[in-house]
Write a protein that binds this ligand. Structure first.
Ligand code: 3MF
Ligand code: MG
Length: 343
């Protein structure tokens, strides 16, 4: 049976257009409006940072009730939470890490804040925790001991795995930005770490297309590698025009063939059959007026689904004919024609 994909995005994917060089250009949508957009555009899941659910300063005694209110908003719309990611990059204690900070108190903050994120995740109905090592790395190499830092990452991961024996941790690797160089920059790094933890079966990855592209790697091969380890537990599909700042462009809008190959790898692996999400991490262009500033989401989903159709249409016999003859030029034209809608 062909996979019925389910889609998710995070509230940060609907934003007001501020960038490092200028202020917001669009008014905000409330959380409820964002959920309504998700429903309207046919998404089933919402990705969360811990403080997208409830502010970081809600006292422990009030957490359950506060999270329940948010969960009700999801339930009322038939939406579910895909994951919770501890936001470890805005608090003053996270300036230099915090997981790999040289300061023990800051490292402890990372663990405490993330344990709280685990509690939030369980309350809102997901066991998946995404760890994006935003500030884990360096601006200059000499400021940290890299080997010591890798040990801190392992301590952090183990602390969470032991805190709740049902959660899974999905590492989202990225090579740079905000740091000059980030630790564990690739899928391979994340996977190698997973095998060193106290419970490798609960450590996997979320792969973001643009992060692989920033590494000079092909996202589809990264995905295939994680799939081969049975550790591709989510994706952040998007696109990226070359080696520059992280663009989070709509999926498939820069390099359609690169997008096709991601879809092809996911299709071939039966990704989604066990409930894996097709997650997006996309930003609307700053130029988009308010009313049309959700098209990056609907377009990404539409392009994904169209590419699924293309992938299903490519005749395996025809491909085999070309591969057996080692006629890769012929195969290339076949794929290109499919992508041009000529087949
Ligand atoms: C990074 C991520 C997120 C970021 C988000 C907002 C889960 O690629 O996916 O972490 O928080 O992009 O900047
Ligand atoms: Mg991402």
């Amino acid at each position: 049976m062909a996979t019925q994909y389910r889609f998710s995005f995070g509230p940060w994917n609907i934003h007001e257009g501020a960038d490092p060089f200028g202020p917001t250009v669009r008014s905000s949508r409330s959380f409820a409006e964002i959920l309504d957009v998700a429903v309207k555009l046919g998404f089933q899941g919402i990705q969360f940072h811990d403080d997208d659910v409830i502010p970081a300063d809600v006292p422990a005694a009030r957490m359950e009730a506060a999270v329940a209110e948010v969960k009700k908003q999801l339930d009322d719309r038939g939406l579910v939470a895909e994951f919770v990611a501890p936001r470890l990059w805005e608090d003053p204690r996270t300036v230099d890490g915090p997981v790999t900070s040289n300061n023990a108190e800051e490292r402890q903050y990372a663990i405490e804040r993330s344990k709280r994120a685990v509690d939030i995740a369980r309350m809102i109905g997901t066991k998946d925790i995404v760890w994006w090592p935003a500030r884990e790395g360096t601006y200059i190499r000499e400021c940290k001991n890299a080997q010591t830092s890798f040990g801190y990452v392992l301590d952090y991961t183990n602390a969470l795995l032991e805190y709740d024996r049902e959660i899974r941790i999905l590492g989202e690797a990225k090579p740079n930005e905000p740091m000059d160089l980030m630790y564990l920059p690739s899928t391979g790094h994340m996977l190698a770490l997973s095998y060193k933890t106290v419970d490798p079966n609960r450590c996997g990855v979320l792969i973001e297309s643009a992060h692989a592209i920033l590494l000079g790697l092909d996202p589809s091969d990264e995905m295939a590698y994680a799939l081969w380890h049975n550790k591709l537990w989510s994706v952040h599909l998007n696109d990226q025009n070359g080696l520059k700042y992280d663009q989070d462009k709509a999926f498939g809008t820069v390099d359609l063939r690169r997008a096709f190959n991601q879809v092809r790898v996911l299709e071939q692996a039966g990704y989604g059959k066990n409930g894996e999400w097709v997650g997006l991490d996309v930003k609307a262009m700053r130029t988009q007026p308010f009313e049309v500033a959700t098209k990056h989401l609907s377009n990404s989903k539409e392009i994904f689904l169209q590419l699924v159709e293309v992938a299903r249409k490519v005749d395996p016999q025809e491909v085999q004919g070309f591969t057996q003859a080692r006629d890769y030029e012929g195969l290339e034209l076949l794929i290109t024609k499919h992508l041009m809608g000529l087949r």
